[in-house]
Design a protein around this ligand. Structure first.
Ligand code: NAD
Ligand code: LMR
Length: 342
């Protein structure tokens, strides 16, 4: 019952997987940045997963109390806390999935790229430790700017000789969650049914919801497409402005990240019906990294769903071309940083 009640699930392609027997708790998950605005609710949601046997909470400060608190929930996983650089390696030993929400969030008036100078170094340091201690784990990067931090992580893993492009993910699930919510609201649809693929990247115009590929099929006027696309692209800023200096999305992000973790664990557990959008190394376009829908399996990305980019509307095609220069520059910036830093 826990499995069905707690963790947000992605779409399923068919009905069969809901008949799977109750899974065994057997996976270890590490959260780096676990005491933060995202880290705390995310840790709680992952503690509720019946697939998790151990939850390793790492931060540079304040993580002991978070772990003590969460550890009292009577769900299967053991909760361990790790504080500071000297305990980072131990937090990663034997881990199956590493989630990284460490880093500073935006304040009003900032772009995600304004976070680059601080967060690029944080991600580099954490990924070096991932490479040394759990090179085979699925790595989920939340820290912004995702368009650049994922290429940084890829370069660091390459430098360490352990890069597996099928297991490095930029988490863009929140864009899908938002698109589903806003489309269901606008079109008066049952939320549970709506699924909108969101491709490209995770900043401003690089976030491209493919409304024409919404399932179930629904028609939009040109005005609706324009209004929904802009709202989905600016949803992060909507939250930053509402929080007025107290940070960016944390609760909806934790919900979205928990869904992506749960999907990854189901894939590791052999569920053959797991589909998510994420930002990965990709050959779908001429850009080296691109977010799209993928099928997840035991070895990470099993298949990139290229058909989502077929038969786009003129609006979507124009938006796709328009996002490429910005996304390319962000990727290049990340790669340059990783090379310079080496
Ligand atoms: P926060 O400031 O509340 O928490 C960040 C946490 O990271 C803090 O606990 C801090 O101590 C920790 N930290 C800093 N340096 C660290 C290091 N070297 N090692 C380990 N932990 C470290 O911020 P938040 O609101 O949780 O946001 C975190 C990041 O997530 C930001 O960069 C934000 O922009 C990003 N974000 C991404 C998405 C997305 O969709 N991908 C959505 C929301 C936020
Ligand atoms: C979001 O989309 O909410 C995050 O990327 C945080 C932000 O800075 O907007």
């Amino acid at each position: 019952a826990l499995r069905d009640s707690c963790i947000p699930k992605a779409e399923q392609q068919n009905e069969n997987s809901s008949n799977n027997p109750q899974p065994e708790a057997s996976y270890k998950v590490a959260i780096l940045g676990a005491a933060g605005g995202i880290g705390q609710p995310l840790s709680l949601l992952i503690k509720m997963s019946p697939l998790v046997s151990a939850l390793h909470l790492y931060d540079i400060a304040n993580v002991k109390g978070v772990a003590a608190d969460i550890s009292h929930c009577n769900t299967p996983s053991q909760v361990l806390d790790f504080t500071g650089a000297s305990e980072l390696a131990d937090s990663l030993k034997d881990v199956d999935v590493v989630v990284i929400p460490a880093g500073v969030p935006r304040k009003p008036g900032m772009t995600r790229d304004d976070l680059f100078n601080i967060n690029a170094s944080i991600v580099r340091t954490l990924i070096e430790a991932v490479a040394d201690n759990c090179p085979d784990a699925f790595v989920h990067i939340i820290s912004n700017p995702v368009n650049s931090t994922v290429p940084i992580a890829a370069e660091v893993l390459k430098q360490k000789g352990v890069y597996n492009p099928k297991k490095l993910f930029g988490v863009t699930t929140l864009d899908v969650v938002r698109a589903n919510t806003f489309v269901a609201e606008k079109k008066n649809l049952k939320l549970i049914d709506v699924n909108v693929p969101v491709v490209g990247g995770h900043a401003g115009i690089t976030i491209l919801p493919l409304l024409s590929k919404t399932k179930p099929w629904v028609s939009f006027t040109d005005e609706e497409v324009q209004e929904l696309t802009v709202r989905i692209q600016n949803a992060g800023t909507e939250v930053v402005e509402a929080k007025a200096g107290a940070g960016s999305a944390t609760l909806s992000m934790a919900y979205a990240a928990a869904r992506f973790v749960e999907s990854s664990l189901r894939a590791l557990d052999g569920d053959g019906d797991v589909y998510e959008c994420c930002y990965i190394q990709s050959e779908l376009t001429e850009l080296p990294f691109f977010a799209s829908r993928v099928k997840l399996g035991r070895k990470g990305v099993e298949e990139v769903i290229s058909s989502d980019l077929h038969g786009l509307t003129a609006y979507e095609l124009t938006a796709l071309e328009a996002l490429k220069p910005e996304l390319e520059a962000s990727i290049e910036k990340g790669i340059m940083f990783a090379h310079k830093a080496n």
